[in-house]
Each structure stands twice: as C-alpha cells, then as structure tokens.
Design a protein around this ligand. Sequence first.
Ligand code: KIV
Ligand code: NA
Length: 279
Amino acid sequence: RKKVTLGSLQSLYKKGEPITVMTAHDFPSAHVADAAGMDVILVGDSLAMVALGMADTSEVTVEDMLLHCRSVARATRAAFTVGDLPMGSYEISPEQALETAIRFVKHGRVQSIKLEGGKEMAPTIAKLTQAGIPVLAHVGLTPQRQNSLGGFRVQGKTSKSAMRVLEDALAVQEAGCFGMVLEAVPAEIASIITQKLSVPTIGIGAGNRCSGQVLVQVDMSGYFPPGRFIPKFVKQYGNVWAESLRAIESYRDEVKSRQYPAREHIYPIPKEELEAFAK
Ligand code: KIV
Ligand code: NA
C-alpha cells in the first residue's frame, strides 16, 4: 500500500471518495488499523478513557500523548498520522500551540496535529500551518469543553446554533486546516456545512454526507465490557472483548486442568541426556 499523504487525501476528497479515519493508541491498535487500510490514524485524546482508564480527557498530559503517539507511529506504514493536542496544551496562545505541536512532530513522530475549537482557534491554526505543521480542526461538539458545553451535547440543533457551527467551520478552513472533524451535529446540518466547504469534513455522529468518517477503535471493535455506555452514533462492528475473554478463560481452564502446555508446546531432550541427568 502506498503511503497516504496530504496530497492523496486531497485527491480522495476531490473524487468524492470517503476518507476513512480510525483512532489508535498503541502499537497493536495502530498496526491493525493500518493493515485494514485506514487512510488516517488519529491518536485521539480519547486514549485517556480507552487506554488509561481516566474519567474524561481533561487529565491526559502532553507526555502521555507523546508516548502513545510514538508507539502508534512505529506501527503505521501507510496511513497518515494525526496526534490530538490535549486540553491545556494549546489554548493559551498560538505560540504555546506551536511549541506543543512541534513536540508532537519531533517526539510523537506524527505527521499532523488535531486541536479543538472554531473561530477563536483560527490564529492558532494559521500559525501552525505557516510553520509547516498540518492541522486537522475539530468543530461541533468539542469534548475538551464539556464543562462549558454542559456535557456531551449535540451541537447545531437550532438554526442559530447550526449557524455558529458553520461559522466555526468556515473560520478554521480560512485559517488553513487541511480538514476538520465535525462531531455530534444533525446529519442535514453536517451535509450542508460539508457542501459549503472546500476542505474535507470527517464526521463522527454527523451522518453519512461528510467527506469522511472517524470512530474510536475500542468502541467500534467492541473492546470493552458489556454495559459500558456507548454513544448513539457508534456502530459496533466486532466483539473483541468477548473474543479476548473467551481466550483468556480457555487459558485459565487449561492451566488449572494441566491440559496446557501440551506435548507440542514443550522442548524435547534426548533420552540418554535425561537419564544421565535424572540419575
Ligand atoms: O479523541 C478522539 O478519539 C477524537 C475522535 C473521536 C475524533 O477526537
Ligand atoms: Na479528541
């Protein structure tokens, strides 16, 4: 498979072919996403929950993100990589954002970064883009701002609020982002916004008229115990948890019953050597 570049993402967008994006948080999750032909692998700050067991994304640090970005980068052959700037690492000034983004490229080994926010982030997006760091913007529901949004709420459900999402999308496009995640927006609004733009929208909870889609790998592959809350927009394509549980339970049972290790799992020794040793 050929290495995905900004240029090849642009040509997918021009052809109207949906861009596939998947999160990954470590070497195996990136390896499998790359093998499955994902165009883009995103090291999302959702790793706070799915890989580190935190309650939300507010606790995750730049150092945490860089460690995970590096492991993802080592596994990624073809996909274009994006690292998510965590809360607190880019909002203070465009300079702070550029410093953090440079660390992501140098020490996280990712090819681009993502940051949340609309109009107010335009100068920051321009700064990073001018420094040669491609930026994936993120508008609509921006989970890092859950406290001021009053939780994880669908955005753009009124004409006024939809207009704000559109204004944000136009502003981040104008600032030079190569695309934007559009999260938790009614499908019709996402479709209209996508049509008004000249850069791709990567939808999550935003219907099938976006220029591409992204899901959190642990959610879509079902690598979580039964009963965990999953947002309405997630489709669970597999049940990795059930398969992993089955495998580990079989191992447990076979160890307890001495069925494992069997003959084929042990190292032989010549009979005479054994006899000499056992004497
Ligand atoms: O952190 C994340 O995984 C994300 C995607 C869901 C877009 O931001
Ligand atoms: Na994120």
